[in-house]
Ligand binder design. Structure first.
Ligand SMILES: Cc1cc2nc3c(=O)[nH]c(=O)nc-3n(C[C@H](O)[C@H](O)[C@H](O)COP(=O)(O)OP(=O)(O)OC[C@H]3O[C@@H](n4cnc5c(N)ncnc54)[C@H](O)[C@@H]3O)c2cc1C
Ligand SMILES: NC(=O)c1ccc[n+]([C@@H]2O[C@H](COP(=O)([O-])OP(=O)(O)OC[C@H]3O[C@@H](n4cnc5c(N)ncnc54)[C@H](OP(=O)(O)O)[C@@H]3O)[C@@H](O)[C@H]2O)c1
Length: 466
């Protein structure tokens, strides 16, 4: 097997680039290091100076324990065969051809970076935002820290009933004293401290049984201090179609979640100064302008019906209603973005692939290129879901490695990429650099009884390092 264009006595390791240092990138690296039977070296790139993807920039600050998963990623990063290249964006600082000149295999684990749109009038009005932006803003993502949200409004609507919608509603309603103990960006804590939002509508187009959020997240809302959770009793009663479905295929998790939601109509915490008001079986049809910005949202009442594939879908009725809100957060899912030179399925927002091997849109396998995680299968699944997904991709990589189906890099030594980045004048952030930033963040947090105080601009991070 021809490993590289160089010759030496010891076998040259196979060199692998992974693009995207979120959970999928780390699980890919972990499984490669665990299962490869030939010497390999892994370089993990991220456009941000910081690792961990949505574990740092997505997971809610008040869910600190979830972030402990990074300890597992740190074990991978401490392996001698591993290097981190933060602050390096594929498509900006490096091209795919650059990677092909340095690596035998390339894995794209770039996640889903943008939001899906609703496609309704008024969506672009000031005051209408995506959950993607809001979440990245409160988590201190450098590309979103300058977004502005007019929290002087008294009511907001969150469209969608997934776990991200629950995060957004909870962050808007939760007492700020709780947030002050977290790693939420300081500017976001300040803004939320002065927030006038006291009512948050959460809008689901189907019924409680079809809500995408999970029971523990729903239960947590009902237990928040000073927060009243409301539902409309007629909207949380199960319709005949849903009852039939649940009888035909009983599902304990769904039953538990429905029970939690129905409990809110009878035992909701009625004394809160803020209210999260769930509306089920409603779809937004228009965001209504007032004084040049969001003034209200029009919703239409739905019933449930089966489509031609037997799926339970919302069907609009003639009945509409207007909710007076000054802010709208659409939380209807994320979307992957295209990287120049990498095949992309624009309808699905994913990289086309077969068993983790990147393919053209027509299905031809692209030699030496692979994908895992949200950019491979779409924006669904919790952190752990990406582990099995990455392992499946690694299995394909190792099979190809064994059969010599590899790129033949012209700069295939470990210095190849660092030389190339230096030639281009790119200041990359190494794992050692990140550890220094991490120590500084944790030390600043420690003084305040918080897990960390995040750096939120690239400039301040590089300044601390240089
Ligand atoms: C708001 C939110 C909250 C969540 N909360 C939870 C939770 O509490 N518990 C849970 O289990 N799951 C949670 N999830 C789901 C979980 O975060 C995802 O399953 C997981 O992060 C997906 O991993 P990934 O590696 O595929 O993508 P990501 O985590 O998005 O990582 C992709 C990485 O690629 C980098 N990147 C993108 N493009 C480029 C490029 N061109 N060049 C270089 N780098 C690039 C990005 O900077 C990013 O670091 C949440 C998701 C969201 C959106
Ligand atoms: N605590 C946690 O564990 C946690 C926290 C955050 C995120 N996550 C995970 O991250 C993944 C992504 O979460 P997500 O909330 O972004 O996505 P999601 O779970 O796919 O939820 C998207 C929601 O948007 C709704 N929707 C889609 N299009 C719509 C439209 N046109 N009009 C109205 N509603 C629409 C969906 O309704 P339909 O079902 O009717 O399509 C659904 O309720 C999920 O797997 C989630 O579990 C986990």
């Amino acid at each position: 097997m021809d490993t590289t264009s160089q010759s030496s006595e010891a076998p040259e390791p196979f060199r692998i680039a992974i693009i995207g240092a979120g959970p999928s990138g780390f699980y890919t690296a972990e499984h490669l290091l665990k299962t490869a039977t030939v010497p390999i070296e892994i370089d993990l790139f991220d456009m941000l100076p910081t690792p961990y993807g949505l574990v740092r920039a997505g997971v809610a600050p008040d869910h600190e324990k979830i972030k402990n998963v990074t300890a597992r990623y740190d074990v991978v990063a401490d392996r001698p065969e591993f290097r981190f290249f933060g602050n390096v964006e594929l498509g900006r600082h490096l091209s795919v051809d650059d990677l092909r000149s340095c690596y035998h295999q390339i894995v794209y684990t770039t996640g889903a970076q943008v939001d899906r749109e609703l496609g309704i009038p008024g969506e672009d009005l000031p005051g209408s935002h995506s959950a993607t932006e809001f979440v990245a803003w409160y988590n201190g993502h450098p590309d979103f820290r300058d977004r502005e949200f007019d929290l002087s409004q008294s009511a907001a609507a969150v469209v969608g009933v997934g776990n991200v919608a629950i995060d957004v509603a909870r962050i808007l309603a939760r007492p700020v004293a709780d947030l002050e103990k977290t790693d939420m960006a300081d500017y976001a804590i300040d803004a939320l401290r002065n927030s006038g939002v006291h009512t948050v509508y959460v809008l689901g187009r189907r019924g409680p049984a079809q809500a995408a959020f999970t029971n523990p997240e729903a239960k947590e809302l009902g237990e928040l201090e000073d927060v009243n959770v409301l539902v409309e009793p007629d909207e949380v009663e199960l319709d005949d179609l849903t009852k039939e479905e649940l009888e035909a295929s009983p599902d304990r998790l769904t039953e538990k979640k429905v029970k939690t939601i129905q409990t809110w109509s009878t035992e909701g915490n009625r004394s809160g100064s803020k209210t999260i008001h769930f509306r089920f079986l409603v779809s937004p049809t228009e965001i209504i302008e007032k004084d040049g910005r969001v003034g209200a949202i029009r919703i239409v009442k739905n019933v449930l019906a089966k489509d031609s594939n037997g799926r339970v879908r919302p069907k609009a009725t003639e009945e509409t209603e207007v909710l007076p809100v000054g802010l709208v957060f659409r939380s209807v899912g994320y979307r992957g973005t295209a990287i120049p030179g990498v095949p992309f399925n624009d309808s699905w927002g994913v990289i086309p692939q077969a068993d983790g091997r990147v393919t053209t849109e027509e299905g031809t396998v692209v030699l030496g290129e692979y994908t895992a995680g949200w950019i491979k299968r779409g924006p669904s699944g919790v952190i752990g879901t990406n582990k099995a997904d990455a392992q499946a991709t690694v299995d394909a990589m190792l099979a190809d490695m064994a059969e010599g189906r590899l790129l033949k890099p012209s700069r295939g030594s470990s210095a190849g990429i660092s030389d190339l980045l230096s030639e281009k004048g790119v200041r990359w952030v190494s794992w050692e650099d990140w550890k220094r930033l991490n120590d500084l963040e944790c030390a600043a947090g420690g003084k305040l009884g918080r897990p960390r105080v995040k750096f939120t601009t690239r400039e301040e991070m590089l300044e601390k390092l240089d």
